[in-house]
Design a protein around this ligand. Structure first.
Ligand code: GLN
Length: 448
């Protein structure tokens, strides 16, 4: 708690829970240990964890970084919160984020931009920038983020921490403010691969309250670590490699050094191809905007969230939404509403779903040849605050390496693989077949 106060300049937290209540929980864990009852404590007993502010907690507010929800108090806990608490974790507060998870820099937050602990003039990445900065600056031991198109992996890369987007369906989305329901996943952000494995063991599993959650058995992810990579085949997608695509040379070098470590440990590099990569950005921004426009229709001033009083219902909707949503969210709602409107549905959303299937098949084919794929996470290290604020398209294009995993539903993670000459962290991305987080973590442990 003292560290959180001292690190206020990063703006990583939107709210911190009440000190006395937190200390009481910590004392209970200490007392149990002192009484020799350690064996009865959960896997995360006493571990201070921060949670992205789009994940509902009964305690405090759940703002999703938006003026619309700035005073929203959830009447219930998300399933992932229940799971963390059942494992003994102490949730210390809620982290800052791009408004409603839309963005790649955590600058669109109603609560101000998150600052990168490695250079406070730079962004922490986004949308889970607060969760990444909080782990990087030691303002918690681990955190939860959400990843719809890279929002766990990209800030993890920019802040030098480990970030995992699990397979779609691995982790319950119940109680998570929906952005794009067919893409969203909750995942851990941690200081090490081993910590990520522990967090996943707690977070994963079927939830009757989320119809898309999977009944697959949850492995002991810890057991995957330390097996080494000897004999594994590491695929390098040719489409992700070309320096001409605006990938910073320093980022490419760090990524290559990460791959070299895997080769030195006995892995074999195999070139693969993901031919539909060039359509990924267009497909993602269509699907994500369409689903977001539908999901956000509920924020109308009538049920919850901000209400601006007006003479009639229609004016009340309009004024509440105009006042409650920032520019980026408004842009997405307009785009999403347009592509779903009658007459355009087949042309845009329907088409995007077809391309999405092609992207999935690209991965299926690649994983016939290799155990995992490796790639950069982002084309550059953390950029300066404000540098891209007026240029949403450039920001969208920088999502090229992360969005395909969400479209395909496969697990992907970022693991630190070095720093630029300016001291900015760079992450290596590892992608694995659906439900093979174990393979992904095993490879990541060898890069770290
Ligand atoms: N940058 C992407 C977007 O703005 C991804 C965000 C996310 O994963 N939540 O949509």
């Amino acid at each position: 708690l003292d560290a959180i106060e001292a690190g206020a300049e990063y703006n990583a937290y939107i709210s911190v829970f009440e000190r006395d209540a937190l200390l009481q929980k910590a004392r209970e864990v200490d007392a149990a240990r002192a009484a020799g009852k350690s064996a009865e404590l959960g896997l995360l007993a006493g571990v201070p964890i921060a949670v992205k502010d789009n994940i509902c907690t009964r305690v405090g507010k759940t703002t999703s970084g938006s003026k619309m929800l700035a005073n929203f108090e959830s009447p219930y806990d998300a399933t992932v919160i229940q799971k963390l608490e059942a494992a003994g974790a102490i949730i210390v507060g809620k982290t800052n984020m791009d408004e409603l998870s839309m963005g790649s820099s955590s600058e669109t937050s109603y609560f101000g931009a998150v600052r990168n602990p490695h250079d406070i003039e730079r962004v922490a990445g986004g949308s889970s920038g607060g969760s990444a900065a909080a782990v990087a600056a030691n303002l918690c031991l681990a955190s939860l983020g959400t990843d719809t198109g890279g929002s766990i992996r990209q800030p993890a890369s920019h802040c030098g921490v480990v970030g995992v987007k699990p397979t779609y369906g691995r982790v319950s989305r119940y109680g998570v403010v929906a952005y794009a329901s067919s893409l969203d996943q909750v995942g851990p952000m941690t200081r090490s691969v081993a910590d990520a494995a522990l967090m996943l063991e707690v977070l994963c599993g079927e939830d009757p309250l989320d119809a898309t959650s999977s009944a697959r058995e949850v492995p002991r992810f810890r057991d995957a670590l330390g097996k080494g990579v000897k004999g594994l085949k590491i695929g390098i997608p040719k489409e992700y490699q070309s320096g001409e695509e605006g990938v910073d040379p320093q980022v490419l070098s760090r990524v290559r050094e990460g791959i070299d470590r895997l080769v030195a440990a006995g892995a074999e590099v195999v070139p693969v191809t993901l031919p539909h990569t060039e359509y990924a950005i267009a497909t993602y921004y269509l699907v994500a905007a369409a689903e977001a426009s539908s999901n956000l229709a509920r924020l109308d001033g009538a049920r919850y969230g901000l209400r601006v009083e007006a003479d009639n219902l229609s004016d009340m909707y309009n004024k509440s939404r105009a006042e409650g949503f920032g520019d980026e969210v408004t842009r997405r709602i307009i785009l999403g509403t347009y592509v779903l409107s009658s007459g355009f549905y087949g042309q845009y959303y329907g088409k995007a779903q077809q391309v999405r299937t092609r992207i999935q098949r690209d991965f299926d084919a690649a994983f016939e040849e290799v155990d995992v794929l490796v790639a950069p996470v982002a084309p550059t290290a953390a950029f300066r605050i404000g540098e891209k604020s007026d240029d949403p398209l450039t920001m969208y294009l920088a999502d090229i390496f992360t969005i395909s995993a969400n479209l395909a539903g496969i697990p992907a993670m970022s693991v630190p693989c070095g720093k630029t000459d300016e001291g900015l962290p760079v992450g290596l991305q590892i992608l694995a077949p659906a439900f093979d987080e174990e393979m992904m973590l095993r490879v990541a442990a060898e890069v770290e």
